[in-house]
Design a protein around this ligand. Sequence first.
Ligand code: UDP
Ligand code: MG
Length: 148
Amino acid sequence: MEQTFIMIKPDGVQRGLVGEIISRFEKKGFTLAGLKFITVDRPFAEKHYEDLSAKPFFNGLVEYIISGPVVAMVWQGKNVVTTGRKIIGATNPAESAPGTIRGDFAIEIGRNVIHGSDAVESARKEIALWFPDGPVSWRSSLNPWIYE
Ligand code: UDP
Ligand code: MG
C-alpha cells in the first residue's frame, strides 16, 4: 500500500491543530504507519528541504521548521500521496480551497501549517530520512469497510 510523509509544522503544533489534522487523515480512511513529536536541528531541516536550497526563501523556511517541535507522520492508503496533497491544499494558503487544511487554517505561505510529500519517490526518501527504522507495518481491520 502507498505511503506518504506528512509533517505538522511548528505553527500547526503551536496553534493546537494536531488533533484536527490527524483526524482529517484518519476520517478519510488512511491509516497511520508512523508518528513522532520532535524538534529537528538545522542540518536535518536542510536535508529535508535540500531540493529547495537554491530558493530565496530557503533560509527562512529552515528557520521556520526548526523553530519548535513538529509532528512527523507516515500515512498509508490507496493514492495517499496525491490525495494527501489535496487534503492539505495549495502551497499558498491564499490559493488553497476552503475545506483543505491550508485553506481552513492558514493565511501566509511561510506559515502554512503542514508538509506533505509531492510524489511517491519523494515520499520514499522523506520516510527513510524521518523514520530510519521504517514505519510500523500493520493492517487495519477496517480495510474491508474502506476498500472494495
Ligand atoms: N515556501 C515559502 N515561500 C515560497 C514557497 C514555499 O516560504 O515562495 C515554503 C512553504 O512553507 C512551503 C515550503 O516552502 O510549504 C516548501 O515549498 P514547496 O514548493 O515544496 O511547497 P509544498 O510542497 O509544501 O506545498
Ligand atoms: Mg514540497
